[in-house]
Design a protein around this ligand. Sequence first.
Ligand code: C5P
Length: 271
Amino acid sequence: MTKTKAFAPAKINLCLHVTGQRADGYHLLDSLVAFAEVGDHLTLTRSEVMQLQVTGPMAQGVPTDGRNLCWKAAKAFGQPAAITLDKHLPAAAGIGGGSSDAAAVLRGMSDLYGTPFGGEALTLGADVPVCMAARAARMEGIGEVLTPLALPRLPAVLVNPRVEVSTPDVFRALASKTNPALEPLPADGADVIAWLRDQRNDLQPPAVALQPVIGDVLQALSACEGTFLARMSGSGATCFAIMASDEAAARAATALGQKHPNWWIAATALS
Ligand code: C5P
C-alpha cells in the first residue's frame, strides 16, 4: 500500500478519578473513556523523507516538525511518511487531540508498511494506548491498563472555550491525589448515565479554579434543554454534555454558538 487514511476521533473521559501517584510523579487514574464521531483526518503516503502538513480549521499554531506527536509517532514506528493532518479538534484541550493523532499515525503506518507497531504506545503519551483501539474502555494505571467496554451511542455536545490548560498544572493543583476508584461498572443494559452521575472528574475542580471560564461552559451546557449530564474531559478545558437525542444536541450546539461565537462547539455522539 502506498497511501492510506486514518481517523483520529476525540477522546472523552466520561469520568476520571485520580487514585494515587507513582514515585515518578505520574498519577494513577481510573477513567471511563469514550470516543466521539468528530475528530482529525489523516492521510499517510509512503515517502523517502518525513513530511508533515497541517490543514483544516484548527491548524493554526500546530507544529509541523519533530515537536508534533504525529512526527514522533512515525519516528517511533521507524519509517518515514508524508502525513497530512486535517485538524478539526482544538489542541491541548483534554480530548486527546495529539494522542489520537499519534495513534492514528501508528495505525496508518501499520497499513502502509504491512507491519504492526512493535513499540510501546505509552512512551508517546499516557492517552495513546487507549486511542490505539479508539473504542470505549476503562483506563487504569497511568493509561496502560485497558478494559474494553460496550457503551450505548450517546448523543453529545462538546464545548471548548478556547483557553489552554496545562495538564501538569492541573494535576499539581489537585487537593487530593488519593481518591476512590470508579464504582463497579454498570452491567450490560443498565443505566450508564445514572451510573456516570455518581462518578466524577477529579481534575475538574482544579481546572475550573485555574480557568474559571470552564465553570461558565459547564453551567451553559447544564442549562441546555435535553442535557442529561455535563462534565469536563481530561484536564480540560473541553467539556461535554450527554444529551437526550441527536436533535437536542444539534439544538444546544446552535444555541450555544449564537451566544458564544468564540467557543469551539461540536454536536456529535459518543460510544
Ligand atoms: O503523557 P502525557 O504527555 O499525556 O502527559 C502530560 C503530563 O500530564 C505529564 O507530563 C504529567 O505531568 C501529567 N500526567 C500525570 N499522570 C498521568 C498522565 C499525565 O501526571 N496519568
